[in-house]
Design a protein around this ligand. Structure first.
Ligand SMILES: [Zn+2]
Length: 350
């Protein structure tokens, strides 16, 4: 049960963002929302040919003490989590961290509706990672430095993505080893690897997760911020794209949907908190490295080399060190959340 509800000001005070991020990063979150023991009947609403559920049902199922509405916005609130929804929106905010939905929210008869896919593939693994079915323990992190060799990746005024990713990967390796993990780098020097070779390394490494490190670029130099990608669930579009027929295929990585989004959340939230980057969100993609792996995996875009300000920041070794340490911290939070599983009775996801 939740302690008494007391501090509504947290909903609107941005200076509390750090406190919320810190709490969000804590593994205690995993135990925050144990669902009811009695049977629960979800009321499914059809909109645009898809299944949706009402926020009122989500509130009841996960025992959020409060559901607040104000205009287009709605908030589910507990003592550890605030989820902000807006009607007809593609994004939600969990403890002020942005998540891109697979389908926009909707509204019917005064209730905000969330797609069943987003409930099962986004909200459930984040609200209660302890309930992720068949989650596998890991002791090894496969670190993939994006690009290399003739493939420079994005090139900014200060340097090339391939050099920054390799340096970040080596720093991440060092940090993870200090924390007791085994590590494997897909490349340790300025060489070219195909995406398939990177996937193969991940798939033959037992008890592992996969983290691909990249830096971004965009035609507008004003684009900045951190974005973290998890594989798009089967039958959903990649973030901000239209649905297409190839989205219907089941990819190997979809077997790990729940772990993928939980890992993305842990790394993204911890990195935002530590680096205070602009939050571009936890997004969905079908990049081959995260489509083809059989292990939980994510792709982190640590910032924009195309931005004069962020490019300068990325060029600084201390920034890349902080990024590496915050990714490592996020991995630790993910592992601790999963390890709580054994102490919680299991129940299937909605
Ligand atoms: Zn890249």
């Amino acid at each position: 049960m939740f302690p008494p509800d007391s501090d509504l000001s947290l909903l609107s005070e941005p200076h509390n963002r750090r406190a919320w991020l810190r709490r969000f990063a804590l593994p205690a979150l995993a135990l925050a929302s144990i669902p009811r023991a009695e049977a629960f009947e979800w009321q499914v609403v059809q909109e645009d040919g898809r299944d949706y559920v009402k926020l009122e049902d989500i509130k009841t199922f996960y025992k959020f003490p409060r559901l607040l509405r104000e205009g287009r916005n709605a908030w589910l609130r507990s003592n550890t989590m605030i989820i902000k929804f807006s009607t007809s929106a593609e994004d939600i905010f969990i403890n002020n961290v942005k998540f891109c939905l697979s389908f926009p929210t909707s509204e019917k008869n005064g209730s905000v509706l969330v797609s069943r896919v987003d409930l099962a593939k986004l909200l459930d693994p984040i609200i209660r990672p302890t309930y992720i079915e068949n989650a596998q323990g890991f002791d090894t992190v496969v670190i993939d430095a994006g690009h290399g060799g003739h493939d420079s990746g994005a090139v900014g005024s200060y340097g090339a993505e391939k050099a920054y990713t390799l340096d970040t990967a080596l720093r991440l390796e060092k940090k993870l080893k200090e924390l007791g993990y085994k590590t494997l780098l897909t490349r340790r020097s300025d060489v070219f690897l195909t995406l398939g070779e990177r996937v193969a390394i991940a798939n033959r490494t037992p008890r592992s997760i996969f983290v691909s490190v990249h830096y971004n670029s965009y035609s507008s130099s004003s684009a900045i911020g951190l974005e973290t990608f998890a594989l798009a669930p089967q039958g959903t579009a990649t973030t901000y794209d239209a649905l297409k027929s190839s989205d219907m295929a089941n990819r190997r990585g979809n077997a790990r949907d729940s772990e993928n989004i939980a890992l993305a959340t842990a790394v993204h939230a911890n990195t935002l908190y530590k680096l205070r980057s602009v939050d571009r969100g936890v997004k969905r993609a079908r990049y081959s490295v995260i489509s083809g792996i059989e292990k939980p995996g994510i792709l982190v875009e640590g910032g924009f080399v195309s931005s004069p300000s962020e490019g300068a920041r990325i060029h600084r070794p201390d920034f890349r060190q902080s990024l590496a340490e915050s990714i490592a911290g996020g991995i630790g939070n993910f592992r601790r959340a999963l390890m709580k599983r054994s102490s919680v009775p299991q129940r299937s996801a909605p």
